[in-house]
Design a protein around this ligand. Structure first.
Ligand SMILES: *[C@@H]1O[C@H](CO)[C@@H](O)[C@H](O)[C@H]1NC(C)=O
Ligand SMILES: *[C@@H]1O[C@H](CO)[C@@H](O)[C@H](O)[C@H]1NC(C)=O
Ligand SMILES: *[C@@H]1O[C@H](CO)[C@@H](O)[C@H](O)[C@H]1NC(C)=O
Ligand SMILES: *[C@@H]1O[C@H](CO)[C@@H](O)[C@H](O)[C@H]1NC(C)=O
Ligand SMILES: *[C@@H]1O[C@H](CO)[C@@H](O)[C@H](O)[C@H]1NC(C)=O
Ligand SMILES: *[C@@H]1O[C@H](CO)[C@@H](O)[C@H](O)[C@H]1NC(C)=O
Ligand SMILES: *[C@@H]1O[C@H](CO)[C@@H](O)[C@H](O)[C@H]1NC(C)=O
Length: 236
């Protein structure tokens, strides 16, 4: 896997927002890895890994991962997190307690992870992280039937916003008939939007994912309408 931990950690930290009492928000994308970044302060170092236990737990006290005396212990791991967590013990000495969760799935949305360090018979909450999950919308397909232009996209999360533009001018949202449906199982959204393309030459449909701040765009050229004078002459 061509996963560059350093880059992702830096990337993730761009999305860190301190909400309340040191809860850090992390953005994860469905199907991709996310690093739940956590670092011990220099004052808490050094770590004697032979006398230390580290636990990652969610809000319901389900265990994501356990390191005991430098070894992974899977006995307590909740099945929901099975095969999805990786900890790199090489980074332990420097106080890097970041846990890789791979792949992120949509039910992880709003998951809160607490990192607990237990040593010298004392336990200490080191980090609390809250995971926001998003899924990318597919690049929309745009179809023309008669004079109706339809734009479709699937598989995004959370609900996206549709915008139509013609020659860089947005159409009034009232002109579009937009339907959104959510899959009860995957919880992702499909979006379908239609406009009347009569008299329009170029149309661009954009789908914006608010969490990812990412916009997917498709433009089509509609056959120019036959100039009026051809008919006008005939009618004359
Ligand atoms: C912390 O550890 C993770 C792997 O667990 C690694 O990807 C990341 O680069 C490390 N960060 C630093 C600053 O060492
Ligand atoms: C975890 O991985 C093992 C080996 O690859 C596999 O046998 C097992 O079914 C996986 N478990 C889950 C819950 O995905
Ligand atoms: C839209 O057009 C594409 C090809 O241009 C086609 O694959 C797709 O099935 C069409 N979708 C609809 C809803 O007509
Ligand atoms: C979303 O679109 C996919 C692909 O076209 C389809 O399989 C799925 O049933 C749709 N889901 C909903 C809730 O409309
Ligand atoms: C589209 O607009 C044209 C004129 O603006 C109108 O004549 C036509 O009936 C409309 N088509 C639909 C499907 O609403
Ligand atoms: C429509 O798009 C085509 C190709 O992108 C461009 O050549 C043409 O000038 C556009 N027409 C208008 C009215 O913007
Ligand atoms: C979203 O992205 C646009 C351009 O890609 C940027 O100008 C804007 O500042 C971003 N907004 C947020 C809230 O990050």
């Amino acid at each position: 896997m061509d996963f560059k931990g350093d880059r992702v950690c830096a990337l993730v930290s761009m999305f860190f927002v301190v909400t309340s009492a040191n809860v850090e928000e992390v953005l994860g994308v469905v199907g991709e890895p996310v690093l739940l970044c956590c670092f011990l302060s220099k004052l808490a170092l050094p770590i004697n890994s032979a006398k230390t236990r580290i636990m990652w737990q969610d809000r319901e006290d389900k265990v994501l991962h356990v390191i005991n005396k430098g070894q992974e212990v899977y006995d307590y791991q909740d099945p929901y997190y099975k095969n999805r967590t990786t900890f790199d013990s090489d980074h332990l000495a420097s106080g890097n307690l970041s846990l890789l969760l791979n792949p992120v799935n949509i039910l992880d949305n709003h998951m809160r992870t607490t990192v607990i360090l237990i040593r010298n018979h004392r336990s200490e909450k080191v980090c609390t992280l809250s995971l926001n999950v998003a899924a990318r919308y597919q690049k929309p397909t745009v179809n023309l039937t008669d004079s109706t232009v339809e734009c479709n996209t699937q598989g995004g999360f959370p609900e996206g916003q549709v915008t139509w533009m013609t020659n860089n001018t947005p159409l009034d949202p009232g002109e579009a008939d937009t339907k959104t449906s959510q899959d009860p199982e995957t919880r992702t959204f499909n979006i379908s939007s239609r406009v009347n393309g009569t008299g329009i030459q170029n149309l661009t449909c954009s789908i914006h994912n608010p969490t990812l701040n990412e916009t997917q765009t498709t433009t089509i050229s509609i056959r120019p309408i036959t100039p009026c004078f051809v008919y006008c002459r005939c009618l004359a």
